[in-house]
Structures are given as structure tokens and as C-alpha cells.
Design a protein around this ligand. Sequence first.
Ligand SMILES: [Zn+2]
Length: 105
Amino acid sequence: MFQLPVCPYCNAVYHYKEVKKISSEKSHKCYYCNKSFSVEKMPGTAVLWSIVIIFAILINVSILLVMTFFNIIPLLIVSILAAILGFIFIPYFIGFKKENKKSRK
Ligand SMILES: [Zn+2]
């Protein structure tokens, strides 16, 4: 299910760290064939984030239920962990697309 994107021209494989770095760019030149492609977030990103957020809320609520006195620290830790988890999966939701000269907007 989880797959890192490959170059749309030459299918060059990108490593996790590279994808993460590229994910903040709009377009990128392939290190192998030197052609530029556009970097797009796939629609799955929203789904991923909703899952992470729901997961975090559920854990927070269950912590609140078992907690005898209010303590913000475990809630913060859970939220931060959920955010980290979401960020870890971001490269799997990045797609490389052939650059379109006639880009529609
Ligand atoms: Zn390439």
C-alpha cells in the first residue's frame, strides 16, 4: 500500500529522506535523467491526517477518562507523537507527475 514515488520519466527510485526533502518543493529535477517533474500531494494526505487526528483524540479521551487528576503532559505527548507519525507518512503520499507546460488553474 505504501509506496515512495518514482521519477515519472525514468522510474528512478527516490529514498525516503530525498522524498521528504523534495516534498516541500513544487517541482524537482530528477537526479538521474535531469528532467523536471512536479511534486504533488496525493488526495490521501487529507485522509491520513484525519486518521491521525481521530486517533490522537481517541487516545487523549481515553487518557482523560483514566486520569485521576488533570495533567496536560500525557495529552501533549500523545498529540506530538500523532503529529510525528503523520509527518513520517507524508513521503508516502507524495506523487511525482510529469510537468505539464499547459497547467490548468
Ligand atoms: Zn528521472
